[in-house]
Ligand binder design. Structure first.
Ligand code: GTP
Ligand code: MG
Length: 149
């Protein structure tokens, strides 16, 4: 089954949004298989956002992402990479619809509270980075009511 890497960024942790974000993924029906708080080093932050290293905002992004604890999650389920991105909203809060996480809780592009993998390949790379120890395999019995057999 598909997995994605979701992180509540330092602003989301400071603002007390961790519980709400977890609740949304849980209520949607996804399975939580990895969860931990980490304070990223600048090196880890730069590696995480390596695809953006040529952008003018890269330095600020790395400083921000390593400025305090983040909450790292691995969620599993049908189409969770794309669905997770939909639940987050757009990169730009102004373009994020109310009802989405960024649309409900953020205003500024550089403080958009949540990260989510943008493809299955990115998810694999990011999960290997943030969960090198692996995640938790468990059978979620309610799945019988979430998925058609
Ligand atoms: P993440 O889930 O954090 O990866 O966001 P994203 O996939 O929606 O956007 P992207 O990967 O392109 O950019 C990563 C982060 O960099 C965004 O979430 C923004 O916080 C920030 N960012 C992106 N574009 C800009 C920009 O033009 N200016 C500034 N200041 N920040 C930007
Ligand atoms: Mg991204």
């Amino acid at each position: 089954s598909e997995r994605t890497f979701i992180a509540v960024k330092p602003d989301g942790v400071q603002r007390g949004l961790v519980g709400d974000i977890i609740a949304r993924f849980e209520k949607r029906g996804y399975k939580l298989v990895g969860l931990k708080m980490v304070t990223p080093t600048k090196e880890k932050a730069a590696e995480h956002y390596q695809d953006l290293s040529s952008k003018p905002f890269f330095g600020g992004l790395v400083d921000f992402f390593s400025s305090g604890p983040i909450v790292c999650m691995c969620w599993e389920g049908l189409d969770v990479v794309k669905q997770g991105r939909q639940m987050m909203g757009e990169t730009q809060p102004l373009a994020s619809k109310p009802g989405s996480i960024r649309g409900d809780f953020s205003i500024d592009l550089g403080r958009n509270i949540i990260h989510g993998s943008d493809s299955v390949e990115s998810a694999e790379r990011e999960l290997a980075m943030w969960f090198p120890e692996g995640v938790n395999e468990w059978a979620k019995t309610v799945d019988a009511w979430v998925y058609e057999p």
